[in-house]
Write a protein that binds this ligand. Structure first.
Ligand SMILES: [Zn+2]
Length: 242
């Protein structure tokens, strides 16, 4: 496998696309290798089934320029931060050996999002321990960035995704089983299936963009202060007065 620069964890098919699809598209279209790991297959979703959602995932990832994706096959609506599940994630981390990880922030209504965030954080630590045996060399990525899955989130950093906002929204639209479709007005309602849901996602991207003075952005949280390799790195940063 090619060297993977970014590994993105998504509790369900469509979470990563909504939370950080613009960053994924931006990285992959610039020639950086990005891989996706879906923690569940979304089999407990109110709308759609596993096969439909897998086909939608392939379409979304093609739009985002992602060549590799895997499933951790942890049960949907049953994600837990157990040692068994941590070892599954450790094996995936040691396979891809990414420089950075993008993973959901733990502040979310859905228990799978909360548990997935804690699970990935703990697995990243364990992956660096030599005596955690998976038959692979130990490995710990350089950085972990948490993408939000709810709007009321104060980011530690914002990425300008203006040039890739269209790809992000097209990738999200690929999950058509999840969203409002006038052709199937009697499909069961969910939080995602209200008619203006995609407009709300666009508004969130506009909001994060406004925080840094660009049109569209994606926000991230971090566990620790960002490290700059030298004081001159400050010259390449933007922290706008607003
Ligand atoms: Zn989800």
């Amino acid at each position: 496998m090619d060297t993977t620069e970014a590994l993105v964890f998504s509790p369900h098919p469509d979470d990563a696309e909504m939370g950080c699809g613009g960053t994924i598209a931006s990285l992959s279209h610039a020639g950086h290798s990005v891989a996706l790991c879906y923690i569940t297959r979304g089999e407990m979703g109110t709308r759609g089934d596993v096969e439909t959602r897998a086909a939608e995932t392939r379409e979304a990832l093609q739009i985002l320029g992602v060549l590799h994706h895997v499933y951790a096959d942890i049960p949907d609506a049953g994600v837990t931060n157990t040692q068994e599940n941590r070892l599954k994630i450790v094996a995936i981390l040691r396979t891809f050996r990414p420089r950075i990880v993008l993973t959901p922030h733990h502040e979310s209504l859905h228990p799978d999002h909360v548990q997935a965030s804690l699970l990935i954080r703990d697995a990243i630590y364990l992956s660096g321990l030599m005596k955690i045996e998976t038959g692979q060399e130990r490995y710990r990525p350089e950085s972990v960035f948490y993408y939000p899955l709810r709007p009321e989130f104060t980011p530690s950093l914002v990425v300008d995704i203006t040039g890739h906002f269209g790809s992000k929204m097209n990738a999200i639209r690929a999950y058509r089983s999840q969203f409002y479709d006038p052709a199937t007005p009697n499909a069961p309602e969910t939080l995602l299936s209200v008619p203006d849901f995609l407009d709300r996602l666009a508004a969130i991207a506009r909001y994060y963009g406004a925080l840094i003075g660009v049109t569209y952005g994606e926000g991230y949280g971090v566990d620790f202060p960002l490290a700059l390799p030298s004081p001159t790195s400050l010259l390449g940063l933007s922290c706008r007065m607003r």
